[in-house]
Design a protein around this ligand. Structure first.
Ligand code: GTP
Ligand code: MG
Length: 210
């Protein structure tokens, strides 16, 4: 798959305000500052597309990006889909009220958005399994929402440490899950994991009648 165009469309404060659900949609969620916006930019090869920041809590709404792709460079079989950048969870500096509002917005979005094909849950590859991520994974399971895992910032640790963290996370999941989700290790700096992510999205797009 080759992306021919990627552009910002709209930021919505709630699911009912999102653009028409007329094409497949893939959403990125995870802890604040984990690298959601950076992974979207890596996929689209545009560092300025989704706003990134050193300080957590940058992304606050449901942000839609409109993507056009073809099966391979030069082909004319254009296909349109959405990427969605979501605000992060676990940001310490927000009030209880703001947190509740965030939870409601995300729950409504995840459970009501009809064209949502897959949620990518991002996990910081530098750390051992964190309760907040496992809780979120289990929540999606309860809601029966399909998801895959993306382990981010692989360039900031040795491969050995990242592999160990991935293994530990999956082992933690295995205690309660019968099947384990697909996972990808990424580095936005090194463009690591891009091909695998593109392949996954391409395969899912093919399942959807054009
Ligand atoms: P919020 O929207 O605030 O929740 O953050 P986010 O999850 O969208 O994270 P964002 O993409 O803004 O990245 C946060 C910080 O981590 C930025 O300073 C990025 O440059 C940095 N970062 C993201 N991905 C990587 C990566 O793969 N490697 C390295 N070294 N830094 C990364
Ligand atoms: Mg962001």
């Amino acid at each position: 798959m080759h992306i021919t165009k990627a552009s910002y469309l709209i930021s919505s404060p709630e699911v009912d305000k999102c653009p028409p659900a007329d094409r497949p949609e893939y959403a990125f969620i995870g802890r604040s500052n984990v690298g959601k916006s950076s992974v979207i930019n890596m996929i689209c090869r545009n560092q300025k597309l989704a706003k990134t920041s050193r300080s957590p809590g940058k992304t606050q709404m449901i942000n839609h990006f409109e993507i056009s792709s073809v099966s391979k460079e030069g082909a004319k079989d254009f296909f349109k889909w959405y990427l969605v950048d979501l605000p992060g969870y676990g940001f310490a500096k927000v009030s209880q009220a703001q947190r509740k509002q965030w939870e409601k917005m995300i729950e409504n979005y995840l459970r009501k958005r009809e064209n949502l094909v897959m949620v990518f849950i991002l996990i910081d590859g530098r750390h051992e399994p964190q309760k907040i991520d496992l809780d979120f994974v289990n929540q999606l399971g309860e809601w029966q929402i399909p998801f895959s895992l993306i382990f981010t910032k692989a360039d900031k640790e040795t491969q050995r440490v990242v592999s160990k963290n991935v293994k530990m996370f999956l082992e933690e999941m295995r205690k309660t899950w019968q099947f384990l989700p697909a996972h990808v290790v990424t580095s936005a700096i090194k463009q690591q994991g891009r091909e695998k992510l593109m392949g996954m999205i391409s395969d899912m797009n093919k399942e959807i009648p054009g």
